[in-house]
Design a protein. Sequence first.
Length: 152
Amino acid sequence: MNPSPPIPEGPERRAALGREVTERTGLDDATIERFLRAFYGAARTDALLGPAFAGVADWERHIATLTSFWASVALMRGGYHGQPMQAHAHLGLTPAHFARWLAIFEQVARVELTEEGAAHMLERARRIARSLEMGIVPLALPAAPCRPTPAA
């Protein structure tokens, strides 16, 4: 028995997957942008998260970048080619930042999106947050035990 050949990943396949996601979840570019504006509006005023956004000079440009990123992630577009890890590395984020980011993300998603859209975005947000946290936050390892030096 021959295994079936791999499904080619190309623009047509991504477009078909994106259409299926839109039909199932109600997510499209406009919905994602509206959600992001509400989410980042809340995150920017949060006591813990707000300072991380202080360096964003042009919010319209930032929202456009974020919309491109999330449309790529949620709608399988593959069009975003930035470097999120590098963009966040200098912010001094801690596990508390990621937990709070996810809590606000979920709260706003449940208000702004359909139930299916919120579930879809949250699944991806959790994966992205976990990946960013693992890549940015230094892992606290226990100190190596001290070995006594041999007597001379």
